[in-house]
Design a protein around this ligand. Sequence first.
Ligand code: PMV
Length: 308
Amino acid sequence: MSIYKATAPGKVILFGEHAVVYGQPALAVPLLDLRATAIVESGAPGSGLAISAEDLNLQLSLAEAAAHALALTARLVLDQLAVPEPDARITVRSDIPIASGLGSGAAVSAALARALTGYLGQPLSDGDLSALVYEVEKFHHGTPSGIDNTVVCFEQPVYFVRGQAPEILRPGRPFELIVGDTGVASPTRETVSAVRKARERNRERLELIFAAIGSITDRARTAIEQGDIPYLGPLMNDNQALLRRLKVSSPELEALIAAALGAGAAGAKLSGGGGGGSMIALVEGNVDAVRNALYEAGATRVFHTVVR
Ligand code: PMV
């Protein structure tokens, strides 16, 4: 019996969420220890392709491609490789919280597509995999910028501008982040749509905010590449102030951000779509104090990651 396994990481957006939808740059990094896994095993002749998502208690067939992202991912793989439906079973599981701004949708799709293309003996390049997952992201988000699929498929820090080839970011020295999950599920589609409506009402004001976020992102890129990590904290706080003006923060996010800063984090902001979901804090040596403060302020999960 043939068997093939692949994984893909979660991610956080460091700078530039929302503004990236309107052409500004954004920076994102993979969460290499938080992963989605897909295993493909051959099935009985005539069984067709069966997909099961263990955490969601979900069983799917290819016929459900119009209604479910995992079936859609498998459909896109088979169409792209121009192969018939195999007799196989795909099992997907994930450590990444859902609807928390941590890229869980992109990661499960990337793991599934990587495992299935590998199983079929036709692995895709990271770029082709990312393009395929982007098609699935449209199903989740409507108008995704493409940053999630990019960082999840390349598994490296990226500087991303919509419609351009992503640039791999090389930190001048490693730095540490704490990620706090509010536990409030917040579909990105909703905050992206609220920002779109606000822009329709007051385009000039929103474009100024996006441009200011873009300029922070560019300064952060230089600081990261030069290893000027202390400068990142104030830039995160400035980015958060602009995200507040976009009205995508929430009381739960603000409570976690205040707790992290109070416990000595050098900077903190929401990460991803906002409205709930996750926040990130820059820490230097005070990991435990910030982690404890986040739990006390109501975080449902806290992760630590080193960006290199
Ligand atoms: O909520 P997430 O982690 O999927 O991030 C969304 C990032 C946005 O900039 C708000 C939307 C996008 O498509 O880039």
